[in-house]
Design a protein around this ligand. Structure first.
Ligand code: ATP
Length: 674
């Protein structure tokens, strides 16, 4: 869209309502025309680098916490607030209202003070990276702090594809037939945006005062292209760091299984190179969340004159648990539940209808008794309306399987008791559903099994139990052994492994014998390190012995062991070192256990570079090595394996390059004649 056409549309439309209400469909007051025009205005605003962070906040609101709704007779205000999403209506205005840990707010504030307020001239562009789970208040924190400190915000929002559709007739060239319409790539648009935002001040909108020239650029909505090609982002940032005149803030939400987006977009080396400051937010704490929800519910109950009731403590707790520390999701759940007049759990909320006290505090009488955990396994699966798909960090998921908490079997029933001849297999009821735990860890079943295999022994006390558990692990391995059916059977495989380990552990079979294990550190599987070493060896073998035209496996199992038996000293040092390392079984060497790498509570547990992509990467590297086969590559490979420097005294020492060349010719003959 050209700038002129964009401007024309803005002036003719004369839109004052910039934001479409998020629940238009829900409340049934959709006005398509207005939403379309507001969309156009929004896009034009982006083209002009207008900050939309404030627009996101919606209409100017009267702070419901400071305004007494009960005494407010203005019907219009009430209608407006009823149809407004509560996350906008109750968005925090001051630091004290933020449901974010004080320390985090102070960290962000200190960074903004250093890099915006006390910023020395010609300092270059600094980068701040805010990470954490979705809805934990990262954006809200930036909004509140910039407002309080009087800092302008210029925000990048990804251009909509609709823009291209609208412009299609203009850019489609009929004469050249299938010429694709020309449009700028997302990367170059982002690059241009940064240039402009860096150079020019924010446009002054009607009713806005630009009393300050202090500003930051915020990227909350990362261009998708950078997920595919992070190096494009890195190049742009390198330039920005040199030429930038104001700080740049990235807000990136963690993915369900951990921090993979951040790792991809801002790997450690880039963070060090560009001096990126990373502040990581935690999920909103349940106590803070409950306080915010109670406050909102009380305000709404008072304002609605009894139409909306205050949920009891148990219902609020249910919403908090279901939202996994996401305040946006929690407030939305609260609003949906209140709106429908529906109950959250066993009609507990509707039971308290009409009991809302004038003080707005939840009535203690409405507390419901905690449900007995009958039937065991899926008791923690009850979700509040709109509850999120909770995810579990691998550390916790493994803990749930290995510690396998149980509940006693009810005395009044025999359904859970096995016949006498199977009595040794009697167990108390499990509190978890192993398959759900594996699913929530967002990890491939096979990899999850590896983690179980690495860690289960520490939790066992009886050798017979270990034998049974290892049999289950073997069966699980067989299930996922056939590549044809691997993807289908992987779920069953992890089910067999986790249930097998849980059931085999007789030391944790009943509630009364479950104590005493204490905290056990968890470790990453040795397989990961060994597999990595194997991949490196494959690369090295192909690179160093490419003249043998064999597969990496053939080289390592046939060629290199054979070469190791020959006493011909004429080989280059890298080859000698590799033969020494891979071609001989070190019978005399004492083997200790490999040093285990601890698994931390927020570790995603995935291999470096993430599994699927890693395989591709390795293949690509192999191909590249085959084609180029340069000495530089070889050196790099060997130094990564620590092979470059030392040569064992037992090995023949390196000789001149000429001799090496001759020797290689000779060796091929020897090998072929065998
Ligand atoms: N007390 C509060 N503290 C923080 N946010 C609140 C509070 N009350 C309401 N909210 C609303 O909750 C939402 C929090 O979402 P926010 O955009 O800040 O999350 P985020 O961490 O940036 O995650 P995402 O990247 O998914 O947007 C905002 O819409 C905010 O207005």
């Amino acid at each position: 869209m050209s700038k002129t056409s964009c401007r024309r549309k803005v002036t003719s439309a004369k839109i004052t309502d910039w934001v479409e209400p998020s629940f238009e469909d829900f409340f049934g007051n959709t006005s398509k025309a207005s939403s379309q025009t507001s969309g156009i205005v929004k896009r034009c605003a982006q083209t002009k680098n207008e900050s939309s962070l404030e627009n996101k906040q919606g209409k100017k609101r009267i702070n419901p916490f400071t305004k007494d709704h009960a005494s407010d007779n203005n019907q219009h205000t009430f209608d407006y607030s009823q149809n407004d999403p509560w996350i906008d209506k109750y968005r925090p205005e001051i630091q004290a209202e933020l449901a974010v840990h004080k320390k985090k707010i102070e960290e962000v504030e200190a960074w903004l003070k250093t890099h915006v307020e006390k910023r020395p001239q010609k300092q270059g562009g600094q980068i701040l990276l805010l990470t954490g789970p979705p809805g934990c208040g990262k954006t809200a924190t930036i909004q509140v702090l910039t407002k309080e400190m009087g800092i302008q915000v210029q925000e990048w929002i990804n251009p909509l594809m609709q823009e291209f559709k609208q412009d299609l007739p203009e850019v489609f060239d009929r004469d050249t037939r299938f010429q694709p319409f020309t449009s700028q790539s997302q990367t170059s648009l982002f690059h241009d945006f940064l240039l402009r935002a860096n150079k020019y001040n924010k446009l002054q909108m009607v009713g806005e005062s630009l009393s300050t020239d202090r500003k930051i650029i915020v990227v909350d909505d990362m261009p998708n292209q950078f997920y595919r090609d992070p190096s494009a982002l890195h190049d742009i940032l390198r330039r920005f760091v040199k030429t930038g005149r104001c700080p740049l803030v990235f807000i990136i939400s963690d993915s369900l299984s951990g921090e993979s987006h951040q790792r991809r977009l801002f790997p450690k080396e880039i963070q060090e190179e560009l001096v990126v400051n990373n502040i990581s937010f935690n999920p909103v704490a349940p106590t803070t969340m409950t306080k915010v929800l109670t406050r909102i519910a009380s305000t709404e109950a008072n304002a609605s004159g009894g139409k909306i009731i205050i949920p009891d403590k148990a219902s609020l707790e249910l919403i908090c648990t279901g939202s996994s520390g996401d305040i946006r999701s929690a407030i939305n759940s609260l609003q949906f539940s209140a709106r429908q007049g529906s109950s959250l759990k066993n009609d507990s909320w509707s039971k308290s209808r009409g009991k809302a006290s004038k003080s707005g505090k939840p009535s203690s009488k409405s507390k419901t008794k905690k449900e007995p955990r009958k039937g065991g396994e899926n008791v923690d699966e009850v979700q509040a309306i709109g509850g999120k798909d909770a995810s579990l960090f691998l550390f916790r998921a493994l803990g749930k399987i290995l510690y396998c908490k149980r509940d006693p079997v009810p005395d009044d029933t025999d359904v859970y008791r096995l016949p006498a001849h199977l009595s040794e297999y009697n167990r108390d009821l499990l509190l978890i559903l192993p398959e759900a735990v594996v699913e929530k860890s967002h990890m491939n079943g096979e990899l999850f099994n590896l983690y179980l295999h690495q860690n289960y022994l520490e939790f066992f006390m009886d050798i017979d139990d270990v034998v049974r558990a290892s049999e289950y692990l073997s069966s699980a391995d067989v299930l996922s052994g056939d590549w044809n059916s691997r993807s289908t059977l992987s779920v069953y495989s992890s089910s067999v492994a986790s249930r097998g380990i849980i059931h085999s552990n007789s030391a944790r079979a009943f509630v009364n014998c479950q104590g005493g294990v204490g905290f056990k550190p968890l470790h990453k599987p040795q397989w990961l390190a060994i597999n990595k070493k194997h991949q490196e060896n494959c690369l090295a073998a192909r690179s160093l012995f490419s003249t043998f035209c064999s597969t990496p496996l053939g080289l390592q199992t046939q060629v290199v062991p054979y070469l190791a038996m020959l006493t011909n000293p004429l080989r280059n040092p890298s080859q000698i070192a590799f033969i020494q390392d891979v071609g001989r079984l070190p019978l005399k060497r004492q083997f200790g256990r490999l040093k285990l790498e601890a698994l931390t509570d927020k570790d995603s547990g995935l291999p470096d570079g993430e599994s699927g992509e890693e395989d591709n990467l390795t293949e690509m590297q192999i191909e590249r090595n085959d084609a180029g086969n340069s000495m530089a590559d070889r050196k790099e490979l060997l130094s990564s394996q620590g092979l470059e420097s030392e040569l064992p005294a037992s090995q023949p020492q390196p000789v001149a390059a000429q001799a090496i060349m001759e020797d290689e010719e000779l060796k091929i003959e020897e090998y072929d004649s065998d």
